[in-house]
Write a protein that binds this ligand. Structure first.
Ligand code: ADP
Ligand code: MG
Length: 228
């Protein structure tokens, strides 16, 4: 069963929420799903995993894998890996991510990999998140917000995936902005502009519990297309 790389049109668009929901739903479908966040950044948490994203993802998938496999590299400032490298002199390393991904893939049926920022988040001088997706050899799922401006960001993300020859499974609209496009209009326009499936949309979520995520994702996303 194939893994997915969940990327987004920007940071804070809902990649973690979407990955968590997919994790819960796939697990409830009887799939042994693992999670990975190759690079994470921010203020380290005092308890549990350093990264809050990793905490949310592992709880959703209910995995007990070691932190160095789920999150091979953590930067203690909110910045791209490239900027963190320049500021902190911690060089981003690609090979632990690729070996970690291989190991996790042997432990689980499939892995949900959450990206960092967007598709062109810089890692090294000539190496972007798009290169990492390509090296991992997994298709992308694109999380887009509903706020006006999203069509521009989504088209740019899709075009870059095409340039890097990354297959796209589909787009998931995170409809958590109250003042965004109407979802059916945004779905219509993204489909016709890009010819890529829109797998569904998720609403504002105030409860990240298993039951809540399961109910929302089951109802709102087309898992048949995702798993096809
Ligand atoms: N569907 C949603 N419902 C409610 N809040 C959301 C939703 N999606 C995102 N958020 C809010 O936006 C923040 C950023 O979302 P997150 O999933 O962490 O984005 P990313 O992983 O792309 O950086 C979350 O911490 C949460 O406060
Ligand atoms: Mg995140």
């Amino acid at each position: 069963m194939g893994s997915f790389f969940i990327t987004g049109t920007d940071t804070d668009v809902g990649k973690t929420y979407v990955t968590a929901g997919l994790g819960v739903m796939l697990r409830e479908m009887g799939i042994d799903v693992g999670v990975m966040k190759p690079f994470a950044a921010g203020t380290p948490q005092k308890k549990g995993f350093k990264s809050e994203d990793v905490e949310i993802l592992s709880a959703a998938a209910q995995v007990n894998d070691p932190e160095n496999l789920i999150n091979p590299q953590f930067f203690p400032i909110p910045a791209s890996p490239y900027t963190a490298w320049k500021n902190l002199k911690i060089k981003p390393k690609i090979s632990p991510i690729l070996t970690g991904f291989k190991k996790l893939s042997k432990l689980h049926d499939m892995i949900l990999v959450e990206g960092m920022g967007g598709i062109m988040t810089p890692v090294l001088k000539d190496y972007f998140i798009a290169d990492l997706i390509k090296d991992m050899g997994v298709p992308a799922v694109i999380v887009a917000r509903s706020k006006v401006g999203t069509i521009n960001h989504t088209i740019m993300t899709v075009r870059m995936c095409e340039k890097f020859k990354i297959p796209i499974k589909g787009i998931i609209i995170n409809d958590f902005d109250s003042d965004g496009y109407k979802v059916d209009e945004l779905t219509r326009d993204l489909k016709s502009l890009l010819g890529i499936p829109v797998l569904g949309s998720i609403p504002f979520i105030d409860d990240l519990s298993d039951a809540s995520l399961h109910a929302i994702f089951k109802k709102r996303l087309d898992f048949k297309s995702l798993l096809k």
